[in-house]
Design a binder for this molecule. Structure first.
Ligand code: NAD
Length: 478
């Protein structure tokens, strides 16, 4: 859980930054200015306060739910538990969700929630009270439901909180068959889906792998093609950061730096991600890990060490005009939402780098949330109906080929050909396909118009065009 005192820049310009990026991209589209304004605006902003009992006194909690766009239903987005959360931030994150869903072809509008608390300051039962009361407040205003608005985890929240939300929603909606589709990121035992926990980090790793595979683009950066041996620094060892680092190292990259709020580690020969994670779990800090060659008490120094790729996966506004000149990476892949300010991005591109933007890079979470929602609405796990049938067909085929050719496969070869796909394999393959296709869609937009100068602008242009078509199909716009 984060120490929120040390994180996040409190300046309230995140939504403005998202709109600035939108406006810049909008000039490369042909849409009516009113339609663009409709796409950009936050449709509904619900700000509320509710009391909870803490010890023998009451405390009033500030909370938000923002539904940015209703061009698709339901709306979708995580709930952030942080004492730094504010309305501007929730609006910005909701807007990013809209564009993100459009980029990866997930048929949702964008939304986001925020509860202004530091989870570390509350007992388990207080956190449960807060989460359940937050859910009740959303139910009262029709701001949650499988066809209305579907929350998910974000910074400071996870499966446990999503389980409480699902249970509260189901209790308040007796007999509603699709109640479990009112929230995603639930524990597997409570109608969650295999692979959701690690989906965002896996998506980040897939995005990077796809980007560095294209030799022509890597040549421009002075890098060789391929993920093997690429030096990576990851900021944040929470859900997104830890899984990004884990999958990147499984793909063959070298994790040379890891940063948390208490400090940073560096080793040019590579760090063992799992060992650092376990060390932090045991001691409460990444500092003191024996396999690091350098340690920094100031975590921001960790971002400035030599590497090919930097993955900010903690919070927004981490790479700014103040530190961009010290960043040595050639590629920034945004695991977090909004980690790079527009001014810093301009400098980074001018210096010859590229940024894989948040709206695409961290879309793995919402992609697998979409699969979870589909599973909840269909009331059957992926693969359940077809797995045995597939295995029997494959077995017949293998037997026939062996009979005709006289070849005999080893038992390992037989089982790898025959095996039907599990839910996890189907989820991972759907995620991989989504991340690869979407990257090429963005890259094509970038190359199609020489005036489009960044992957972010290309991603925005694609998203704006898709959302505009939805409005036109709804008959809302001529
Ligand atoms: P998390 O709470 O699991 O982890 C965040 C981690 O960042 C914590 O370990 C925290 O200690 C660390 N951190 C905070 N400030 C830091 C600093 N200054 N330097 C280094 N580390 C710091 O949250 P998460 O779910 O991993 O989310 C991280 C980011 O990814 C957020 O921007 C979130 O909006 C975005 N995101 C998350 C998901 C998801 O599925 N969880 C999906 C898309 C985007």
């Amino acid at each position: 859980m984060p120490n929120n005192k040390l994180v996040a820049n409190q300046e309230l310009h995140f939504f403005g930054d998202v709109c600035k990026n939108f406006d810049y991209a909008a000039q490369f589209t042909q849409h009516d200015s009113g339609l663009l304004d409709q796409i950009k605006s936050c449709n509904s902003v619900y700000r509320f306060r509710f009391p909870i009992r803490k010890g023998n006194h009451f405390e009033v909690i500030d909370a938000w739910r923002v539904e940015h766009s209703h061009h698709q239903s339901p709306t979708k987005g995580g709930i952030r538990y942080s004492e730094m959360v504010n309305e501007d931030e929730v609006m910005a994150l909701a807007a990013l969700m809209t564009y993100k869903c459009a980029i990866v072809n997930v048929p949702f509008g964008g939304a986001k929630g925020g509860i202004k608390i530091n989870p570390q300051n509350y007992t388990l039962s207080e956190l449960e009270n807060i989460t359940r009361r937050y859910t009740v407040e959303l139910i009262k205003k029709n701001f949650i439901g499988p066809s209305i608005d579907v929350p998910a985890p974000d910074y400071g929240s996870g499966e446990r909180e999503m389980g409480w939300i699902a249970d509260t929603y189901a209790t308040m909606n007796p007999g509603q068959l699709d109640a479990m589709g009112a929230v995603t990121g639930k524990p597997i035992a409570l109608h969650g889906i295999a692979g959701r926990r690690e989906a965002t980090g896996r998506g980040v790793a897939l995005a990077i792998r796809e980007c560095v595979t294209i030799a022509e683009d890597m040549q421009k950066l002075g890098l060789t093609a391929g993920i093997a041996g690429k030096k990576v620094i990851v900021q944040g060892m929470g859900n997104v950061g830890y899984h990004s680092a884990k999958f990147l190292s499984e793909f063959g990259a070298l994790i040379v730096g890891l940063c948390e709020f208490e400090g940073a580690l560096y080793n040019a020969d590579g760090l063992d991600v799992e060992a650092v994670f376990q060390h932090r779990k045991a001691t409460g800090s990444i500092l003191g890990y024996a396999g690091a060659k350098k340690e920094y008490k100031n975590p921001m120094l960790g971002l400035e060490q030599p590497c090919d790729i930097l993955v900010p996966a903690a919070l927004e506004n981490q790479i700014t005009i103040n530190n961009i000149k010290n960043i040595q990476a050639k590629i920034i892949c945004e695991g977090a939402n909004g980690p790079t300010t527009p001014e810093a991005e301009a400098v980074f591109y001018k210096n010859g780098g590229i940024i894989i933007p948040d709206m695409y890079a961290n879309a793995g979470g919402v992609t697998v949330s979409y699969f979870e929602w589909l599973k909840n609405l269909s009331h059957v796990a992926f693969g359940r109906m077809s797995r045995r049938f597939e295995e029997n067909s494959n077995l017949n085929l293998v037997n026939m080929v062996e009979g005709i050719t006289g070849l005999s496969l080893t038992s390992m070869q037989r089982s790898s050909i025959i095996k039907g796909a599990s839910e996890l394999e189907l989820v991972n393959s759907g995620l991989e396909d989504t991340m690869i296709r979407s990257y090429h869609e963005i890259r094509e937009t970038l190359h199609h118009n020489p005036k489009i100068d960044t992957l972010r602008t290309a991603a925005f242009v694609g998203a704006i065009n898709k959302i505009a078509v939805s409005y036109q199909n709804l008959g809302v716009w001529p």
